[in-house]
Design a protein around this ligand. Structure first.
Ligand SMILES: [Zn+2]
Length: 414
């Protein structure tokens, strides 16, 4: 076999990283597929593949004999931990190098009252427990990813101005966890993390748009979006991209918690729906909600969903208007960046198909025909696992970046 002499370390890293990324994004692949995709010489590709196989980052896919073997990521060569911190629960998963969950744990937390040290301490405990159960040593841990329900300065791994989390503002989450585990730690907001799960494991992958452009919209108490352009998460200059909940609706004077008026979130978010439900219950305009109030029921989006399903006209109107407002804003974004898919997730998806349909209708009505010609709008299929999987993908995107793959390869080669 012809060997290739490669002196330039930088070059080695970049090329190894490039080949590995192609296999990770498009694999399993044959060596000839990689030659075609990279334009590199066959001998160069073979030399790199051999090295990546030798250090255990790639493996050959098991196939019937006689067929040429395709290469894929060696998913068991190590593991990553994916963490999703919510308002009332924390989920921690041990995942393989393809972000498949091996095992997971969850526990109650109170994000409004407990200190970051206390909650992150529980995360450490869960991760250690999972490691032990799986019989894995700390050296096999490639990294840890965390999703937080607030804005995050991604580069520094710190939450920024979380609205309802005392003690968390600028708390060094990544540094705190990196001291416990001798591996890299990455922290991002929950919406971005869920977006990565959709890309690698959810409906986006199912529809063949893994390397395309799409948007995930999380509609709950607040409204936010994750943006993927050509397969890469787009965070913007400061990590604030996708904060669509505070895009203003023309002519609306509803006051938002941010101080502005007419924000999408203040008009169509969960809190707005609950407030409107309370008014409709008290005034008797909605017989369903009035009766529920009398029974002592708490007004929630899922109660509205029940009302709409039972045919209560006011509840139906609320569901449709929330979807329509969200769709109006999404239509502008569709005209702006022409995604292939929009995935809807979050608590308001409990409002059901009528909600999704009104979003879809309003996007189609208000976007340009070319932008919507093949646009797919779907509800996320993840329930609770999306956050953990996405946090694992976040780590894998980083540790398998161009530069790092070269370093990993050299480390293993000693
Ligand atoms: Zn606002």
């Amino acid at each position: 076999m012809k060997t290739v002499s490669i002196d330039d370390q930088q070059n080695v890293s970049t090329t190894a990283g490039r080949i590995f990324k192609i296999i990770r994004d498009h694999g399993p692949l044959l060596g000839t597929d990689i030659v075609r995709r990279t334009g590199l010489a066959k001998s160069t590709v073979s030399a790199y593949l051999e090295r990546l196989l030798a250090v255990g980052l790639l493996r050959e896919e098991v196939q019937e004999s006689g067929k040429r073997k395709k290469l894929k990521v060696a998913e068991s060569a190590g593991y990553v931990v994916g963490v999703m911190i919510g308002q009332t629960k924390v989920h921690v998963a041990l995942c393989d190098l393809e972000a498949e969950i091996i095992d997971s744990l969850e526990g109650p937390i109170d994000l409004l009252r407990e200190t970051p040290e206390c909650i992150l301490g529980r995360v450490v405990g869960f991760a250690r427990e999972l490691e032990q159960k799986a019989g894995l040593g700390p050296s096999a841990l490639f990294g840890l990813g965390v999703g937080l329900p607030c804005p995050v300065d991604y580069v520094n791994g710190v939450p920024v101005n979380p609205p309802v989390m005392p003690g968390w503002d600028r708390f060094p989450v990544a540094r705190f966890l990196a001291q416990e585990f001798t591996c890299p730690v990455f922290v991002d907001n929950d919406v971005n993390v869920m977006t990565l799960a959709e890309r690698d494991k959810g409906k986006v992958l199912e529809h063949g748009h893994r390397n395309g452009s799409f948007m995930l919209v999380k509609a709950g108490t607040g409204i936010g979006a994750g943006i993927v352009i050509d397969g890469e998460l787009y965070r913007g200059a400061k990590g604030a991209a996708g904060d669509i909940g505070h895009i203003g609706l023309d002519g609306d004077s509803t006051v938002c918690r941010c101080g502005n008026t007419g924000c999408l979130e203040a008009v169509a978010g969960g809190r707005a729906l609950v407030a409107r439900a309370e008014t409709a219950a008290r005034s008797g305009r909605s017989p369903f909600l009035a009766e529920a109030l009398e029974r002592g029921a708490v007004m929630t989006p899922s109660l509205l969903a029940h009302g709409a399903a039972s045919g209560d006209e006011e509840c139906i109107r609320f569901v449709i208007s929330s979807g329509t407002y969200i769709g109006d804003v999404l239509a502008k974004l569709v005209n702006f960046f022409n995604p292939e898919m929009i995935i809807i997730s979050g608590g308001l998806t409990c409002l059901g198909e009528r909600f999704i349909a009104s979003i879809r209708e309003s996007v189609y009505r208000r976007s340009t025909p070319l932008a919507t010609s093949d646009l797919i709008i779907k509800q996320s299929s993840f329930v609770e696992s999306g956050g953990m999987i996405g946090a694992a993908v976040l780590v894998l995107d980083e540790v398998f970046s161009h530069q790092n793959v070269g370093n990993l390869m050299r480390d293993h080669e000693g």
